[in-house]
Design a protein around this ligand. Sequence first.
Ligand SMILES: *Cc1c(COP(=O)(O)O)cnc(C)c1O
Length: 411
Amino acid sequence: MKILTRKDFELQDHSDVLATFRDEFDLPAGQIYLDGNSLGALPKKSKQRAREVVEKQWGEDLIQSWNKHHWVDMPTVLGDKLAGLIGAQEGEVLVCDSTSVNIYKLAAAALKMRAGRKKILSEPGNFPTDLYMLQGLVEFSSPEIELNVVSREDLERQIDEDTAVVVLTHVHYRTSEAFNMVDLTRKAHQYGALIIWDLSHSAGALPVDLTRAKVDMAVGCGYKYLNGGPGAPAFLYVARRHHLDLKTPLSGWFGHVLPFNFEDQYKPAENIKRMLCGTPSVLAGALLEVGIDIMCSVDMNLVRQKSIELTGLFIQLIEQRCRDFEVISPRNTDCRGSHVSIRHEQGYAIIQALIERNITGDFRAPDTLRFGFTPLYTRYVDVWDTVDALVEIMEKDAWNCEKFKKESTVT
Ligand SMILES: *Cc1c(COP(=O)(O)O)cnc(C)c1O
């Protein structure tokens, strides 16, 4: 394979059709930010939007804003915009709550829709909150309901007539390995089971087509590749064919058919809005809208193409120049998401040494270094410079000092 130089990466940046999008984001000078898969960067327009919503809408129009500025419609307005990014139809997506809460609501609804079936299926090593929420749901369900956590290789074989719902994350948070959504969804349906896909590492990272894959339900995160800001609202998707069968375990007033009739008796909305619970988080939603608008303005196929190149080049350089690390993400581009993980037992200290050099990746215990390549604001030279820094850190043992070994709460 050709030995690459920094010059090759500069040339790629020159011909990059997405290069101008970097200017939409407010990144600190000199920072190489490879953590957009964990907290997306700040869109410049978000600052202006925050001021407008706080000062003008909240400050001046006060409670009128629920109507005047359509705050009340935020979950569906944002959901409809997001639908275009994930291959959903209008009226099938809501922006609301957190991913964790949405998993709970949808998994509970799925159990009800498949009453009589006992199994919820997921995989070990799934993102912890997904498993925790399912464990909590089992605790609150009838005693025969159980959560079966089976390895990826066995998953297909374990789907049967007793399976109510399969809950999986499309792109794995640690390894970046992507499931074949179409095949697994078909498999679940063969046995009459429902499937819920967690798109937290997919939405805004790669093209997703929920309609084509005939997916039943999905959830995902607003603060990663959608650049919604810390704690941004999440989203949920339910295929229209299921809407009238949906029951929510969190039957709050925003899911009521007429919330402002203030009736004693809960009566669900006749559309996806029945999956809402309480008052939407307006300030956070307004910022998420800025991020969604940016993603909607770009061709996801171009994003995917650049993502494949950035992640592929990173893997290639690590293997050529940095043999200390084991690459744990797939080589096969078809089943690789937009981040790459490498393994080293000193991973935590190495990440801290990188952060000191203004290069941000993250660490996932016990030994994983994770690098997100968000095509809209990551340059090709960033890939080169990151591997260059890793080479230097390893050659000089620069990670090996006390200050890099003290773990913070958030890694
Ligand atoms: C980030 C992430 C979440 C986050 O859930 P929150 O409720 O927002 O904390 C859930 N699932 C997956 C797969 C994730 O990557």
